[in-house]
Unconditional design. Sequence first.
Lengths: 340, 519
Amino acid sequence: MSTGTASAAAGLTRPFATVSPRTRTRIPLIVTAVLLLVMFGVGSVRYEGFLSAQVVLNLLIDNGFLLVVAVGATFVILTGGIDLSVGSMVALSTTLTAWLVESHGWPLAAVIPLVLLVGAASGTLMGWIIHTFEIQPFIVTLAGMFLARGLCYTISTESITISDPTTAGIAQTRLYGPGGLFVSIPVVIALAVLVTAFVVLHHTRFGRNVYALGGNESSARLMGLPVGSTKIAVYAVSGLCSALGGVLLTFYMLSGYALHAMGMELDAIAATVIGGTLLTGGSGFVLGTALGVLVLGMIQTVVNFQGTLSSWWTRIVIGALLLVFIVLQRLMSGRRPAAD
Amino acid sequence: MATPPTPRPTDSGDPQPVLEAQGIRKQFPGVLALDGVALRLFPGEVHALMGENGAGKSTLIKVLTGVHPADGGTILVDGRPHVFADPLQAQQAGVSTVYQEVNLCPNISVAENVLIGREPRRFGLIHWSAMRQRAAELLTELDLGLDVTSLLGSHSLAVQQLVAIVRAVDVSAKVLVLDEPTSSLDREEVAQLFTLVRRLRDRGVAILFVTHFLDQVFDLCDRVTILRNGRLEGEYPIGELTPVTLVQRMIGGELATLDQLSVRAHEEAAQRATSEPFLQARRLTRTGSVEPYDLDIHAGEVIGLAGLLGSGRTEVARLLFGADSADAGEVSIEGRKVLLRTPRHAIARGIAFCSENRKSEGLVGELTVRENIVLALQAARGWTRPLSRTKQDELARHWIQALDIRPGDPEAQVRHLSGGNQQKVLLARWLLTAPRLLILDEPTRGIDIGAKAEIQKLVARLAGEGTAVLFISAELEEVLRLSHRIAVLRDHRMVATLTNDDTVTPERLLTTIATGADS
């Protein structure tokens, strides 16, 4: 019982002790939202043409695929797990899609379901291994990451450019709204995924089991919750989302290539964390993840508008931001009382 | 004992037990944890499951609730045999459990914790308002007024425990297993829990109650099943037992009474006061942790640290061990000024510290008894001089025997041992280094009376052999029985140091703790 030391350190480790725990979980979300507004505000003042609704919509157009991948990652991280294979799964999906459409002339309507199936199946397999053999998700999905990336090269070592008119047509379709604003079809899909994920996480038993599992796995098991199937399912969701993200990236790039989406797993994790999901699991919001993705996109946009900065500055800023948010998470959760 | 209004079960087995276990056997690697154990629970009774640490209580509960599969025997619910592969199946058959550690999720709301897995749904989605209403009803029924939308983690452990019971009862109202529910509750919270338990009993729920507190058994329970060394000792109506006979049946044979410390204790202590102390602390302090204190500890002396939980007892000890570093003040060992900045410094000077958190700060559950025992000695020797395996085996066997660690297998994993035996392993580890000063922080907490007496005897013996002991305990009787001198802490301040003679009574000690002044 180190009450003394705890109270002495309280000023440092629990600055939000007076805030109710529920509000405390929302603080990172609020911080992210404020950050987004500030960046947009500063950008609008500094750069000509920045202050427009289309700039915001372009964030979605340029990052729709990342949003879908990050939503999947959020499911996994909420359970306290991690999925490193998503970037490679995206690359595999782009390669597979481009290869089947271009080299084999398959119709898109057949390719997309197949690719999604491959993603979901590989996620299920990794989840099953993690659950059955009680292996760290880090290791299993690391193996998945190498495996999927390697498989891309067995399909093609070169970039496969898509010239199929249907695919190109879908990719170039602009859906116009009021005031000449437009989005692409992938944006609509990404937003649909986001809404679905929100409903699933907050309004279905599966979603609540995900939170319970992240809160305390052994408790969840003793409460009679289906821990095993939930765990496998979140990796399946992540696999499915990364495959769908890959399809959207294919539309965006109009090509499939083994070198696509290098390091995207880290972008997805960064977006999730910046969006306020605890890496230890059990706390977070999928809508926060969407904000996280927008923050990453906004950084990229600001760097582009600045013009003089190398695009690596995006990574540097994301890295710094991630660090800040992880420390913030630590302060938010405070020190948990030692379980005896 | 108060007789509940429900019909009393008789030996003829009428009415039928709601839960009956027969010939339960459970084998762990190297340990036969349960050997032919039987248990009967009748509707509307509170049934105590008693036994020393390591007698198999926890294992039996885990078998009954589907956490561990049994290796033999049958479990009958309402006369029908069941095999539970997991807790869910046990719950579906009507057996719910509230474990010692609250097994709920702190990150979701009270309402969800009560109802998760059984949420009311509408159109396939969770019907949140119905869920909140249902949870509020369940809590109100049992006189718990809580905001059901608040996060569970924002409530005290006691409240969480009550929520866990509400959940368990709602899941299945036939059999409720309470595994040491009171160990971290204060008196008022225990009373609240008992009210709840009695109400459930009157509704016809069969309650299996596991505890270390004898008075709670006599206060609450109707019948008792006693386990000893993984076997069934017997089943008794509470009226046939007295606390003494109950303890005798738990430990078998005569109650191991503690040899009273010699009456010359205080004379010796007075004598020592003139000799040079082994350790002398002067104005030692750490801001926010403990105010400046003076303490002399002589060889062969037991110093008791008394005070309430959180009064700074542990902090005093941590400063002496270098686990926390002091802001000011000095420590001398055998007259020479020393700096105790880290535990390594303290260990090098012959100080050992048995932490109260044996799981998180002491033992490594995945390692064997042998490996845990030699850990500190190996650390003291440095990794360049490894202990030979023969030497390790010899040491482990010696200490297993000396402290009567059960099971006596040096290669058993420590996590399979009971709390009391884990404590002994931890003690063995430090005794192996032949410490000059042994700091024991709550060494007897959460362990049963037999093991307690053994550890107390051991402390007395060590002191007799010349080891200085700093003994921290929340139990005043224990502190009084063992200590030559007692330092009293109150609000992080050492308020008095009493020589333990006939004038020191529990009352006087309590007054000092309560008022900060020696009466």
